[in-house]
Design a protein around this ligand. Structure first.
Ligand code: SF4
Ligand code: SF4
Ligand code: SF4
Length: 322
């Protein structure tokens, strides 16, 4: 049997998704049985020019993790799409923007100023900021453009499969490996995860929820059998897709929503906001602010993994002042 040709690439990512591929432990031998890796910058010595030299559709499956923040990442997304039969958005950064996408609450100049001028550990008396082109005596040094807005992979190129999770779990990787091995791939556009909400798969005891305020998980020792929301602890289960094996819930931690929006939900944050509002015990207008203030950083909390994918997309779309 001719082996599959696989490619892996990381764009704006933390590297966790690269490690997640190896979480399948000895099953990696099964991958090696059926596939050769032809491009994986983090693990093998392959160059962009090697990809450029490949004929179109040479790669069978490209696992692309990370969001699109830089011009280099956008270029590689297009190049790998052109060279791959199947493009997989691997991990919630590629699927929904995830943690790098939280930068969409700020503008590029705010991020640059914070990183290179304002942080207490920075010493930069000449206020030097990164430039795309720098002239040196040997010639010009160029670096990629840092875009004002983070995008998902699906907003950049056509994606065939979505594997959410921060990072995805081994079962999802093996689902894809088995499907390739048996040549039985799911329909294009499929999300390789559960088809319910996390709450639908959660066995915690639930009562009628009426919550006067929320507490942070660090302020309480939660009951490990009761629903977190019933205990006044925000849990993203009502708006989140199942399929992780309820990892956080089983560790007595509320869900943070890393599997992204549940089926039929586009905007995970809006759904969660609606779920939280529906269990509020507050009827008096003057206490609403108090209730909202008991949720630290609500925008970051509700859109932690999905801001670029959401209806909001970013804080405000406008021309950036140079
Ligand atoms: S999805 Fe999570 S683990 Fe994967 S690259 Fe993004 S932040 Fe890291
Ligand atoms: S809100 Fe969280 S703890 Fe409660 S049922 Fe849903 S997933 Fe379980
Ligand atoms: S419980 Fe929620 S945050 Fe934890 S792994 Fe599952 S989807 Fe992600």
């Amino acid at each position: 049997m001719e082996k599959y040709k696989l490619a892996f690439y990381w764009a704006s990512s933390c590297g966790g998704c690269e490690v997640a591929v190896l979480d399948i432990h000895e099953n990696i031998l099964k991958v090696i049985d059926i596939a050769d890796i032809v491009f994986w910058p983090v693990a093998i010595d392959t160059k962009y020019k090697d990809v450029e030299a490949m004929k179109d559709n040479y790669i069978d499956v490209c696992f692309f993790n990370g969001a699109i923040r830089l011009s280099e990442q956008e270029h590689l997304a297009h190049l790998l799409r052109q060279k791959s039969k199947i493009m997989v958005a691997f991990g919630s950064c590629a699927c929904y923007g995830s943690i790098p996408g939280l930068a969409n609450f700020f503008y590029r100049h705010e991020i640059m100023n914070r990183a290179y001028l304002e942080t207490p550990s920075t010493v930069n008396p000449q206020n030097i900021l990164p430039q795309e082109v720098t002239k040196v005596k040997e010639g010009e040094i160029t670096i990629p453009e840092f875009y004002d807005t983070v995008h998902t992979l699906g907003q950049t190129v056509e994606v065939d499969y979505f594997v959410p999770g921060c990072p995805p779990v081994p079962d999802q990787v093996m689902t894809l490996v088995e499907a390739l091995d048996k040549k039985k791939l799911p329909p294009k556009g499929s999300v390789i995860a559960g088809d319910k909400t996390l709450c639908d798969t959660c066995e915690r005891l639930r009562e009628e929820k009426i919550v006067p305020e929320f507490k942070r998980i660090v302020e309480v020792i939660p009951d490990n059998e009761k629903c977190f929301l019933d205990q006044g602890i925000i849990c993203c289960g009502p708006a989140t897709r199942s399929g992780c094996g309820n990892r956080c819930i089983n560790a007595n931690q509320p869900c943070r929503g890393c599997f992204g929006p549940a089926p039929e939900i586009h905007d995970q944050g809006a759904k969660l906001l609606s779920a939280i509002a529906s269990i509020s015990a507050i009827n008096e207008e003057e206490r609403v602010e108090e209730f909202v203030n008991s949720i630290p950083d609500p925008a970051g909390y509700f859109y932690r993994f999905t801001l670029p994918y959401s209806m909001l997309k970013r804080k405000l779309i406008r021309e950036e002042k140079k």
